[in-house]
Design a protein around this ligand. Structure first.
Ligand code: HXC
Length: 520
């Protein structure tokens, strides 16, 4: 078909404008940016989203700043690419900051673009993925830029618990800019090329006289191991984006939606024979809880969240007969599986995430208690441990708990016990559900008897044995109905799936209130 001349000119004009926009900050900036294996903002979206699914919005938006000669440096899109696409066929909104355009810095108009897709995401009930790569507030714009950030923070808060929000930190993220990612549900960082901090090394040097590199201060390793700010530390840009896709596969689109169910070839009644010999006879001997989890779940696949942080507790996603579950587990290999401040905070936040998005919680318990010591007490284990208790008790999703070995005292109650509105409590025959370990208990209640005995060592050993026979087993709890079933370990997968199926239509609510006051 022959086009009229004027129309043809308009189409060519559109093509030319598109070409300019696609160049971002220009060839030399793009080539500098790509040194070290970093991808451009558009290449990142191409990997994040299903091929050909991305629809860009606001491609021609430019900033309106006239300070410091800024009117001469306008690039269509203004340093961020925004729009929507699909991940595994499901709608996702995304933005990707373009460092080649004025350092990806946040202008008022860049914020407006991001806000637009966040509002659409909440209205349409789909996740938002933000790929951050920015020098922070656009310095030339001053307060206008700060206003933009504040509007994004507000949207983050409004969207929290309504749609999943995921952040990829793909480059610098400094100053107040870190607070948007930290409100989102998950932070992914790229090793060696991304960093986050409230104040950078130079300011730190001036104020505290500490010498620290950007990497040590706020790199992916630091935040995934020390601070816990980042949930995932990935090898490079591509790995990060593929991991975000992977994670999205476990989440529903919004809080009114159910998590995806994937077909599986792993039989629901598969017996886990190796688990019959998995728990060591010696209660002081550690074992790897991760091995138990992966033995039980579909295709042995477990997506561990916060893998390198507070490793005495394990959290992550798996599937049981195709359904997403959030797994929370003590790790007897680290600190004997004791709960400390970091583990309590890690698990509590994960449980609240699962509860927000209708993901059942399966807990594997082997916990000797809360970690003793002045350090923990003075840093507030009372408050932080209560977070975990609070999160378990308020969660209304199906909650299934399996006690594999130790479940002592307050930590027993906290770790998804029946006493905190958990639905099903299972235990292995090796479970020891008691107020405390036998030795500690005997030391306290029989102190005088032991001291006065003709052979105190033999008397103590006798009393410990007696205590163990009486309390260090699952049967007292089973007699009282606190444990629903004592199972042969080989049956674990089957029973967890039976329980999940049985609880599929669970309805439970909290009393009406504005919001609770979790001990923050
Ligand atoms: C305007 C910026 C910018 C910014 C970078 N650029 N950051 N322009 N505002 N915040 C520009 C640079 O001038 C440069 O332009 C281009 O982006 C690339 O930057 P380089 O410095 O050449 O890149 P690099 O060497 O890789 O260094 C990256 C960087 C550095 C470490 C991020 O640019 C930097 O320190 N930027 C400032 C960081 C900062 O202090 N931001 C404010 C934080 S406070 P040309 O034209 O030369 O290529 C904040 C408050 C938020 O963000 C509060 C929210 C409530």
């Amino acid at each position: 078909m022959e086009l009229e001349q004027a129309t043809q000119a308009k189409l060519q004009d559109l093509e030319r404008r598109n070409e300019v926009a696609l160049q971002g900050g220009g060839a030399s900036r793009v080539s500098k940016h790509k040194q070290g294996g970093r991808l451009t903002a558009r290449e990142r979206l191409d990997i994040l989203l299903d091929p050909g699914s991305f629809v860009e919005m606001d491609r021609f938006v430019t900033h309106r700043c006239t300070n410091f000669g800024m009117d001469d440096s306008k690039v269509p899109g203004d340093g961020v690419i925004t729009g929507y696409g699909r991940v595994n066929g499901k709608l996702v909104y995304a933005y990707s900051q373009d460092f080649t355009v004025i350092g990806g810095s946040m202008s008022r108009t860049q914020a407006n673009k991001i806000i637009k897709i966040m509002d659409l995401a909440v209205k349409n009930g789909a996740p938002v993925v933000g790929l951050n790569d920015s020098g922070g507030a656009r310095i030339q714009e001053g307060i206008e830029s700060l206003g933009g950030y504040a509007d994004i923070f507000t949207r983050n808060v409004m969207a929290s618990g309504v749609v999943p929000q995921i952040t990829g930190i793909m480059g610098p993220c400094a100053g107040g800019a870190v607070y948007s990612p930290s409100i989102t549900d998950f932070i992914f960082m790229v090793k060696k090329t991304s960093y986050m901090f409230v104040t950078g090394p130079d300011v730190i040097k001036t104020v505290t006289h500490e010498d620290v590199t950007k990497e040590d201060l706020g790199g992916a390793i630091t935040h995934s191991q020390k601070s816990g700010v980042a949930h995932f530390a990935c090898e490079d840009d591509k790995h990060t984006l593929l991991m975000i896709r992977e994670l999205l596969g476990f989440l529903p689109s919004n809080n009114l939606d159910e998590p995806p169910v994937l077909p599986t070839t792993d039989r629901p009644d598969r017996m886990c024979e190796m688990l019959n010999a998995y728990i060591p006879d010696n209660p002081k001997k550690p074992y790897d809880m991760l091995g138990l989890i992966t033995e039980v779940v579909d295709e042995h696949y477990f997506l561990e969240v916060h893998k390198h942080y507070a490793q005495n507790v394990i959290v992550g996603f798996a599937r049981l007969n195709g359904r997403s579950v959030g797994v929370v587990a003590n790790q007897p290999q680290i600190l004997a599986g004791c709960l400390d401040i970091e583990a309590s905070r890690k698990a509590a936040r994960f449980i609240r995430l699962c509860d927000s998005f209708n993901i059942p919680i399966v807990s594997f318990v082997d916990v000797p208690g809360f970690l003793p010591g002045t350090d923990q007490e003075w840093k507030g284990i009372i408050t932080h441990g209560a977070k975990l208790l609070y999160a378990y008790a308020e969660a209304t999703v199906p909650k299934i708990t399996l006690i594999t070995r130790k479940a002592y005292g307050g930590a027993y109650i906290v770790m998804g016990s029946k006493l905190l509105r958990s639905d099903i409590n299972l235990a292995y025959p090796t479970a020891e559900i008691a107020v405390m370990g036998a030795e500690g208990a005997v030391n306290i209640i029989f102190r005088e008897k032991i001291t006065k005995a003709s052979d105190p060592v033999a008397e103590k050993a006798r009393l410990i044995k007696e205590y163990e026979q009486k309390f260090s087993n699952p049967y007292v709890s089973a007699e009282l109905g606190y444990t629903d079933e004592v199972i042969e370990p080989a049956l674990t997968r089957r029973r967890l799936i039976d329980s999940l199926e049985m609880l599929k239509n669970k309805r439970d609510i909290m009393p009406p209130k504005k919001h609770g006051n979790i001990p923050l």
